[in-house]
Design a protein around this ligand. Structure first.
Ligand SMILES: Cc1cc2nc3c(=O)[nH]c(=O)nc-3n(C[C@H](O)[C@H](O)[C@H](O)COP(=O)(O)O)c2cc1C
Length: 362
C-alpha cells in the first residue's frame, strides 16, 4: 500500500486509526521556509473542535509533535515529520465489523484487498482520523504560500437540503473566514448555518446522517500555474481531494451547470484592472487549459452522508456468506462536512504549493 502524494512537494501519511499514532512526512519544502507551528496546531484543532455537540463523541487532543524538519520556526530542508498520538482508542465496537462489513464504508473492499492482516479497527487507514496527516501537510505547505499573499479557504455551502445563499458568499476572503470560524457548521450565512445545525441535530436524533457541499476558494495564485499534460490544476486538485474519505464529487467554477449554459454566457469576458488581466465572471473557476488564470480558484466538493448510522442495516457475513442485520456501534459524526473543511482547505493549499514549486513560481 502506498500513501504518498505530490511532485515537487511530497506528503506521505503514516499510522492508522487505532494504532499508536497518525501523521505525515512532508518532503521538498526548501530550507528556511517559515513555519508557524501554533497556526499548524490551530488547523489541527479545527478538525476536532472541543465541545462541539454536533460532532462525534470520540474526544482526542490532537497535540502535534514535530519529529524532524523544523527548528526555530523554519524548515531545515530535511523531511518534516508531524505526529499525533492516538489517545482515545476503543476497539470493542469494531469487533463485529471484521466479519460483517458496514454498508457505505470501506470494510468490504479493504478485507478483499488486504485480508485479515490489516487492522480495520476504528476504520483503520480508511478512518477520518488519517486526515490529521493531510491537515498537517497542507498547513506546513502554507508556509510557502503566505509570503506570496495567497489565501485559501473552505466553507460549507450546503448541508442536506439547506443551502447558503449565494449573496452571503460574495465577500472578501478574510471576512468569509471570520464568519466560517464563528459557526460550528462552518457556513458564513448566519441564517442558513442555524438551519444546517438544526438539520444535523434532527438527523442525529433519528440515528441518521447528512452530507453536503464544501466550497474551496484560493485567491492570489498567479496566472499560468499548472501542467497542461497531464497535470492540469483541476486534475491534481481532484486527485488529492478524492483521497479524502467521504468525498464523492468535485467540480470547478460553473462545473456541471456548464452543460446547460451557452458559450455566450459561460465565457468569462476579460478586462484590465490596474496591472492585471481579470474576468468579469468566473465560470472557469480560475482555470483555463489546466492553467490558473489569476482569478480565484473555485472548486466545490461533495461530502457524502456518514455511512456509520445507528439504523439497522442489511449486510452479510463474509465467513458464512449469509445475510446479516447490522447495527453499527461506536462514535460517529451525523455529518462530516464541518470537519472536512480544514482538510479540504489545507490539502487544497498543499496542491497549489506543489504546483507552484514545480512550475518555478516559488
Ligand atoms: C474528518 C472525517 C471524519 C469521518 N468520520 C467518520 C465517522 O465518524 N464515521 C464514518 O462512518 N465515516 C467517517 N468518515 C468517512 C469514512 O472514513 C469514509 O466514508 C470511508 O472511508 C469510505 O470511503 P469513501 O466514503 O470515500 O468511499 C469521516 C471522514 C472524514 C473526512
Amino acid at each position: 500500500m502506498r500513501m504518498g502524494f505530490g511532485r515537487a512537494l511530497r506528503l506521505t501519511l503514516f499510522g492508522t486509526s487505532h494504532g499508536p499514532a497518525v501523521g505525515a512526512v512532508v518532503e521538498g519544502l526548501p530550507a528556511g521556509t517559515p513555519i508557524d507551528l501554533a497556526k499548524v496546531q490551530e488547523e489541527l484543532d479545527r478538525r476536532r473542535p472541543v465541545g462541539r455537540s454536533l460532532a462525534t463523541k470520540r474526544q482526542e487532543e490532537d497535540q502535534l509533535r514535530i519529529d524532524g524538519g523544523v527548528e526555530g520556526g523554519r524548515t531545515t530542508g530535511e523531511p518534516i515529520i508531524g505526529t499525533v498520538l492516538n489517545q482515545d482508542v476503543r476497539r470493542a465496537p469494531y469487533a463485529e465489523l471484521e466479519d460483517v462489513p458496514r454498508p457505505g464504508h470501506a470494510d468490504y473492499p479493504a478485507r478483499v484487498r488486504y485480508g485479515p492482516a490489516i487492522d480495520l479497527s476504528g476504520g483503520g487507514i480508511f478512518s477520518g482520523r488519517m486526515t490529521v496527516g493531510l491537515v498537517f501537510a497542507g498547513a506546513v505547505a502554507r508556509g510557502l504560500l503566505a509570503p506570496q499573499d495567497i489565501d485559501v479557504l473552505a466553507l460549507t455551502r450546503s448541508i442536506g437540503e439547506v443551502d447558503a445563499s449565494p449573496g452571503s458568499l460574495d465577500r472578501p476572503l478574510p471576512e468569509l473566514r471570520k464568519a466560517v470560524l464563528s459557526h460550528e457548521v462552518g457556513c458564513p450565512d448566519d441564517e442558513a448555518a442555524q438551519r444546517m445545525a438544526a438539520a444535523i441535530e434532527a438527523a442525529r436524533r433519528e440515528g441518521d446522517s447528512l452530507g453536503g457541499t464544501v466550497e474551496l476558494r484560493a485567491e492570489g495564485v498567479p496566472a499560468g500555474v499548472g501542467e497542461p499534460f497531464f497535470d492540469p490544476v483541476e486534475s491534481v486538485m481532484a486527485h488529492a481531494l478524492f483521497a479524502i474519505p467521504a468525498v464523492k464529487g468535485v467540480e470547478f467554477g460553473a462545473g456541471f451547470a456548464a452543460a446547460r449554459m451557452r458559450g455566450s454566457v459561460h465565457n468569462d469576458a476579460f478586462y484590465i484592472e490596474g496591472e492585471k488581466v481579470r474576468t468579469r465572471t468566473n465560470h472557469a473557476g480560475g482555470v483555463l487549459g489546466g492553467l490558473t488564470t489569476g482569478m480565484p480558484i473555485v472548486a466545490r466538493v461533495v461530502v457524502k452522508p456518514t455511512s456509520s448510522i445507528a439504523h439497522e442495516q442489511e449486510s452479510v457475513s463474509l465467513k458464512t456468506r449469509e445475510s446479516r442485520r447490522l447495527v453499527v456501534k461506536g462514535r460517529h459524526d451525523p455529518c462530516i462536512v464541518p470537519r472536512a473543511l480544514p482538510v479540504i482547505e489545507n490539502l487544497g493549499a498543499f496542491v497549489l504549493a506543489d504546483l507552484m514549486l514545480e512550475g518555478g513560481f516559488l
